[in-house]
Design a protein around this ligand. Structure first.
Ligand code: PLP
Length: 376
């Protein structure tokens, strides 16, 4: 009855949590993949004014010039390189679909990290790609989620078309080092492989300056970098992001956008222009403190490392528990987390989002420790 492709596309485990939350009274929700704060007033006001001014029609497919220019200028300022071209997309999600459709032929291999953000494997499948994985799991207790460049190299075949990287990572909270990034670019350059870098959490990097793949565009032309407004500015419902990279690839993505998303929401593009005048540094500092709190409270009861970025931690399921049993025990205590198998071939960890107010976070962490102690 349905198209064959539906056999390889599963429903999102994170979305299942959304449905569960809707049916629960007062959940202690540590499952959410969005900031716990609302959009800055100036950004909301700019969008309201755009609606009032009648800016409610289609825009050009690539996005309004003011927003494209402001985004490029900001990237240039942060990373010291002006990307060749930019396409505004309906979130990074929209950019991912367009990029995969533009680059991946049926049977091409796409290398994604394990653990991964849930869209990667499914969007690769929509495009007809074969998903292969490179492992990020720590090599020892308390270790970090690091790519192993030798393993990545060994995973490449003649069919590898794209490698996906995500730093800071969802769900791991890990950040790629400049050294690893350089090594990956060199490797991909020798093999002609596209790098697709999802940088949506770049604002939430806690222990170092953010290292983007953008400067490497200077010497390698098969790189796409994606970013967005959803997480930083608390506007995931606005569906706004961007892809930067070589003009020819972005032209192809733009053609696909004409027949899919058409354009990003018009008044919201105008609202997002105002975002570049808002300093969100305070929010990153606030989230760093939450990151510290999570690590301090959980480290004696769960195997985990401090998150270097994003607003997730990815601790192990505590000793003596199976994944499903642990998640059910959490739900019974009204604590919502996401089982690691939603993001991985393994079911040994769980994702905790610390994008929550401090009271909720404290309560949730205490309950998680209590649950872990039941079998300690
Ligand atoms: N990439 C990652 C790693 C994410 O975690 C998310 C959202 O959870 C997205 C992309 C999607 O972002 P957007 O709202 O820009 O589509």
């Amino acid at each position: 009855m349905f198209a064959k492709r539906m056999e390889s596309i599963g429903g999102s485990g994170v979305r299942k949590m959304f449905n569960l939350i809707a049916s629960m009274e007062n959940p202690i929700n540590l499952s959410i993949g969005q900031a716990h704060y609302d959009a800055p007033p100036a950004v909301k006001q700019a969008a309201i004014e755009a609606i009032e001014a009648g800016h409610n029609r289609y825009t050009v497919t690539e996005g309004i010039p003011e927003l494209r220019e402001a985004t490029l200028a900001s990237l240039d300022q942060h990373f010291g390189y002006l990307p060749e071209s930019i396409l505004m997309t309906t979130g990074v999600s929209g950019g991912l679909l367009l990029a995969f459709l533009a680059l991946v032929d049926v049977g091409d291999e796409v290398l994604v990290p394990d653990p991964y953000f849930v869209m990667y494997t499914n969007v690769a499948a929509i495009a007809g790609g074969q998903v292969r994985y490179y492992d990020l799991y720590p090599k020892q207790p308390g270790g970090n989620w690091r790519p192993d460049l030798a393993e990545i190299e060994a995973s490449l075949t003649d069919k590898t078309k794209v490698i996906l990287i995500n730093s800071p990572g969802n769900p791991t909270g890990s950040v790629w080092s400049a050294l690893d990034l350089d090594a990956l670019v060199d490797l991909c350059k020798t093999r002609g492989i596209w790098i697709l870098s999802d940088e949506i959490y770049s604002h939430f990097t806690y222990d170092q300056d953010y290292v983007s793949v953008i400067p490497a565009m200077r010497h390698y032309d098969r790189i796409l970098s994606m970013g967005g407004f959803s997480k930083t500015y608390g506007i995931p419902g606005w569906r706004l992001g961007w892809t930067v990279g070589p003009e020819a690839c972005l032209d192809a993505m733009q053609i696909l956008q004409q027949y899919t998303y058409v354009c990003c929401p018009t008044p919201l593009q105008e609202g997002a222009v105002a975002a570049f005048d808002v300093d969100m540094g305070g929010r990153a500092t606030e989230y760093r403190a939450k990151r510290d709190l999570v690590y301090e409270r959980l480290k004696d009861h769960f195997d985990l490392c401090p998150s270097e970025g994003s607003f997730y931690a990815f601790p192990s399921i505590p000793k003596g528990w199976e994944e499903e049993e642990f998640v059910q025990a959490c739900i019974q205590s009204r604590v919502l987390i996401v089982p690691g198998s939603a993001f991985s071939r393994r079911g040994t960890h769980f994702r905790l989002s610390f994008a929550a107010d401090d009271d909720t976070l404290e309560l949730g962490l205490n309950l998680l420790v209590e649950i872990a102690e039941q079998k300690a």
